[in-house]
Design a protein around this ligand. Structure first.
Ligand code: NDP
Length: 454
């Protein structure tokens, strides 16, 4: 049955979604995990629930024209994938990156459905963005782009319909420009975006939530072995929002982060990244918008190594450490990198990024029985606090940071425990991938069954 289901799904994807490798990768991973569930629940298979689940409820694609600082017209492509609204309004980030295409956004939207379900909060799944590259653009160019993007997106979103947030290339600045345009067009002040600034409807702890949550998830995995982060060496990739707050929480818990990266290469700091160095990274990346190699110019204990993304392995993952926090982008860890991590003593992996490990890398983690938290469980803290931001907006209230952080901790523990329990129930103890997929899947498909064929 399991093999039969997998070949049916693959044939369907090849027929309907050829040329969408990332989407196919994400769907096949879930199909593999939930095959035993469909076996136990023939009524779900009969209802063609998986076929319904992989078909987005709606895809919106639109033109985003804008004028650059030289007065030249630029044209980008914008998207919103409204994947599944069985348990709440569509919710998921916007990504601005030149690599953005339908396959990448559909994979992200699909993963988001399960992730949002795992949080236990009432949010459906979506994702969107544009093939726009904010790197090297002036603030005014970014503003004009965001305004043009929102002038179309505003037709499709709303506080009870679809509530986007940030992702790669979309931080506080971009959310601000988009919110301003939405408010001007609609003449209403509502929570249609999350990740807003505190002064106008944001939530405390939202910027920190994904990174903190990924560390809390790993802390829960370590606790199953009666271990803590004290003295553990950690590899972190990326140097954006998720990486920065992963490092901050690791420092809070007594670990030593050794690496950070961006798309041009990575830093290895043998003395460890401390709070002063983290402050430097935050200023460099969030204010000056500089490149990570400048870290090695400032701190002599650090070495910068350029990385070619087409090389057979990434040297960042080839250092002695106990824990790894991939926090940059999809498929950044291949089988060679996974083998290097095992060889170097890494036994905890918590994915801040979405699908950063290739299927072969994941198999190596599972074969070696590492404590492996897949992105849709480990990085769910971001969207969870986004949902708390929506609640605060609806009530027109602001919760103190301690309250939001405590809720985040509890949500990450619940996600950890429900993934662990679901894996055990289906005979795959210790496999958080299967557990997260099954737990997320059941809640969504049971809701779809309740709501009829729509
Ligand atoms: P940011 O834009 O803040 O940072 C992204 C970081 O990753 C940058 O250092 C960037 O380097 C690097 N990066 C991006 N693309 C590539 C690439 N193709 N190759 C190498 N490095 C790359 O994004 P976030 O920190 O918000 O997002 C990081 C990951 O976390 C993504 O996978 C995102 O989907 C995921 N995530 C984010 C959430 C959030 O709340 N922000 C929530 C859940 C998941 P450079 O500056 O050179 O491009």
């Amino acid at each position: 049955m399991s093999k039969e289901l997998l070949s049916e799904v693959k044939a369907l994807l090849d027929a309907k979604d050829p040329g969408q490798p990332e989407f196919q990768q994400a769907v096949m991973e879930v199909a593999e995990s939930i095959a035993p569930v469909l076996e136990r629940h023939p009524e779900l298979k009969k209802a063609k629930i998986f076929e319904r689940l992989i078909e987005p409820e709606r895809i919106i694609q639109f033109r985003v024209p804008w004028v650059d600082d030289r007065g030249e017209i630029q044209v980008n492509r914008g998207f919103r994938i409204e994947m599944n609204s069985a348990i709440g309004p569509y919710k998921g980030g916007l990504r601005f990156h030149p690599s953005v295409n339908l396959s990448i956004l559909k994979f992200l939207a699909f993963e988001q459905v399960f992730k949002n379900s795992l949080t236990t909060l009432p949010i459906g799944g979506g994702k969107g963005g544009a093939d726009f590259d904010p790197k090297g653009k002036s603030d005014n160019e970014v503003m004009r782009f965001c305004q043009s993007f929102m002038s179309e997106l505003q037709r499709h979103i709303g506080p009870d319909t679809d509530v986007p947030a940030g992702d790669i290339g979309v931080g506080g600045r971009e959310i601000g420009y988009m919110f301003g345009m939405y408010k001007k067009i609609k003449n209403e002040f509502t929570g249609i975006l999350t990740g807003k600034s505190l002064a106008w409807g944001g939530s405390l702890i939202r910027p920190e939530a994904t990174g903190y949550g990924s560390v809390y998830f790993a802390e829960n995995m370590l606790a199953t072995k009666n271990e803590t982060f004290k003295g553990k060496k950690c590899l972190v990739s990326g140097s954006g929002n998720v990486a920065q707050y992963t490092i901050e929480k690791l420092l809070d818990l007594g670990a030593t982060p050794l690496t950070v990266s961006d798309s041009s290469g990575y830093i290895y700091d043998e003395a460890g990244i401390d709070r002063e160095k983290l402050k430097f990274i935050m200023e460099l990346k969030n204010i000056k918008r500089g490149r990570i190699k400048e870290y090695a110019t400032k701190y002599k204990t650090a070495v910068f190594t350029p990385v070619d993304s087409t090389a057979s392995f990434n040297p960042l993952w080839n250092h002695k450490a106990e824990c790894a926090f991939p926090s940059a982008t999809q498929n950044e860890i291949n089988a060679n990198d996974a083998n290097n991590m095992v060889k170097n003593g890494v036994y905890v992996i918590s994915e801040g990024a979405n699908m950063p490990s290739t299927p072969d890398a994941v198999n190596i983690y599972l074969e070696n029985k590492l404590l492996y938290g897949p992105g849709k469980a480990a990085n769910a803290g971001g969207v969870a606090v986004s949902a708390l931001e929506m609640s605060q907006n609806s009530m027109r209230l602001n919760w103190p940071s301690e309250e939001v952080d405590n809720r985040l901790k509890q949500i990450m523990k619940n996600i950890h425990d429900s993934s662990m329990t679901a894996a055990k129930e289906y005979g795959m103890e210790g496999n958080y991938v299967a557990g997260a997929n099954i737990a997320g899947f059941l809640k969504v498909v049971n809701s779809m069954m309740d709501q009829g064929i729509v």
